[in-house]
Design a binder for this molecule. Structure first.
Ligand SMILES: NC(=O)c1ccc[n+]([C@@H]2O[C@H](COP(=O)([O-])OP(=O)(O)OC[C@H]3O[C@@H](n4cnc5c(N)ncnc54)[C@H](O)[C@@H]3O)[C@@H](O)[C@H]2O)c1
Length: 325
């Protein structure tokens, strides 16, 4: 089977594409390469804006996986307009074009941030979504644009991922556990802004397996699925990462607690992904920290701009902003 991975040169795609190749799929990647290209040489990489993808191009594929757009809150808040275009309109455009081209399935990288600020309850896919911030709203728009195209000939699957963490050949240190690990290694201290709020967490190797399960699922299956290893308070995450770094390096790591307001707070149930897709994550928080520690020679200096999406994004947009001024 031939698969197009849109935004496949990013953090998740750089782990997922080698796994798809191992499973015998032929994979092409379409990506603007904002963060470079760390994919295996045998992958055809088309450096193009996904808005320029045509029906003729997508007619070559049985499935399309969407991993593009602006992938965190700081990017979304830096340019809300670009955020709504790339996260809301782009997935809808690409799914519409894919359906016209005869593609059988579209898999969309959604996010648990659509749940917003919730209290107490474990949220499943039928619960209301209450996000009021640009990233969450736009991910929900993208999801809805894709999902409403579903019919007998066109399967659509949206994976609402928890915060993805761990090592990828295209590294990010702006994701919660990765940031905590970096701070523990560089400063001997982890700052927790709000210890009481909840986040679902998933290792990037597991999220890649969730996409593989979506690709492998029978074409009669469509739907929205939460995917995460488990739910943690941010305070517990800070202590667990501090202990894991202590075990791996012998250094004492302090956890500095602040009490700032957060507009995201949610814990999710992943039962549907387990029963319908057969998705069973394997890696816990300690595994995530171990993977970061084991690969530290490969990413080297923590301070490189491309490890922080907002830093790279500001540089990308700077020429446009100068023209506008
Ligand atoms: N990383 C997480 O914790 C997380 C959690 C939930 C959901 N997601 C979603 O998963 C997807 C992938 O996340 P990631 O961490 O790999 O992001 P990433 O920022 O590492 O990668 C995104 C890729 O998309 C490309 N891109 C963006 N707009 C494009 C366009 N118009 N045309 C072509 N290429 C374009 C970029 O060049 C980049 O390589 C995103 O949609 C994100 O919103 C990520």
């Amino acid at each position: 089977m031939r698969i197009a991975v849109a935004g496949g040169a990013g953090y998740i795609g750089s782990v997922l594409i080698p796994i798809l190749l191992e499973h015998g799929y032929e994979v092409d990647c379409y990506d603007l390469l904002w963060f470079g290209n760390h994919l295996p040489e045998e992958v055809n990489v088309f450096c193009q804006d996904l808005f320029d993808c045509t029906v003729d191009q997508l007619a070559n594929y049985e499935q399309v996986i969407f991993l593009a757009g602006l992938s965190n809150d700081p990017m979304a808040e830096f340019s809300p307009a670009m955020n709504f275009i790339h996260n809301g309109a782009l997935p809808s455009y690409l799914a519409y074009t894919a359906k016209k081209a005869g593609v059988r399935r579209f898999v969309y990288a959604s996010s648990c941030s659509v749940y917003g600020y919730t209290v107490g309850k474990l949220y499943d896919e039928n619960c209301p979504v209450t996000c009021g911030y640009p990233y969450g709203i736009s991910k929900l728009q993208g999801e809805r644009g894709v999902m409403q195209l579903c019919d007998e000939g066109f399967s659509t699957i949206a994976l609402r991922q928890g915060t993805v963490c761990g090592y990828s050949p295209r590294m990010r240190f702006d994701l919660i556990i990765n940031t905590m690990y970096k701070c523990a290694m560089c400063d001997g201290q982890i700052t927790v802004n709000n210890p009481a709020i909840w986040r679902p967490i998933i290792d990037v190797r597991d999220t890649a397996m969730a996409f593989l399960r979506a690709v492998q699922a029978d074409y009669s299956i469509s739907g929205v699925f939460n995917v995460a290893w488990d739910n943690f308070t941010v305070g517990d995450l800070g202590s667990t990462v501090a202990q894991a770094v202590h075990r791996l390096t012998g250094r004492q790591v302090k956890v500095h607690v602040k009490h700032q307001h957060d507009f995201r707070n949610y814990k999710v149930s992943c039962r549907r992904a387990a029963t319908v897709l057969g998705f069973h994550p394997r890696h816990d928080v300690e595994d995530i920290v171990e993977s970061l520690h084991a690969r530290r020679e490969e990413y080297g200096d923590f301070s490189r701009d491309e490890y922080y999406n907002i830093v790279t994004f500001r540089k990308l947009l700077a020429p446009r902003l100068r023209v506008a001024a």
